[in-house]
Design a protein around this ligand. Sequence first.
Ligand code: 13P
Length: 258
Amino acid sequence: MRTPVFAANWKMHKSGLDAVAWVREFEALTKDLGAEAVDVIVAPPFTAIAAAVEASHGSGIAIAGQNLHFERQGAFTGEVSAEMLKAAGAEFVIIGHSERRQLFGETDDSVQRKVTAAHAAGLIPIVCVGETLDERERGDTLTVLDRQVRAGLDGCTGDRIAALILAYEPVWAIGTGKNATAAEAGEAHTHLRRRLREWFGGVHADRCRIVYGGSVKPDNIQQLIGLEDVDGGLVGGASLNADSFVSIVQKATAQQAR
Ligand code: 13P
């Protein structure tokens, strides 16, 4: 059994003070719930990581970076290394988000180097893959996913595949309010699991958590989490408010308990 995991990607939103307030609200909303079998990760902007780490002690929330540079240190103005994230208290890091790929020139090759750097520093990568609308309409979705996974995870051992999180985020569903249907998400997730099995072995592939991202909301999570190969969500807009993020997590765990 894979433990479901929900990650809040705050993108370029929230200060350290906002992060503390969000964590407090999350704790208040979940305090009567008993220990749910679900992992929760929050990815604040770099400047709010230390405050989020401090505030989330004892809350069950783990903190992630949203990006990193693959070099350990050096003359790379504006960049942050895996070691720096780790030292700030992050345990996870998002790599290859489509906004990084589309707006900041991230490539499959840089994703692979970042995954290697994250592992070397003891961070667990959350590796994002997903097709654009054009690619989907051309019928290239599965080919694009194959390329992104094969290149991005090249060199990973089976144990590392088992521990990392793979996020299927169709680009056309991000921030658009238009989530993938159960059929679309199901096809992509099942395909990704099949490829992980082929390339890294069944035991490791079956432990890897594959989460869906793209307009996840309280009112659509249940149709997605009910799918066999969907192990959670990577939530953007609906995670900015602790209330709606908690509602997503609660609806998902209620659905899984059925
Ligand atoms: P939205 O939930 O705002 O569509 O963003 C998804 C996303 O990019 C998470 O990484």
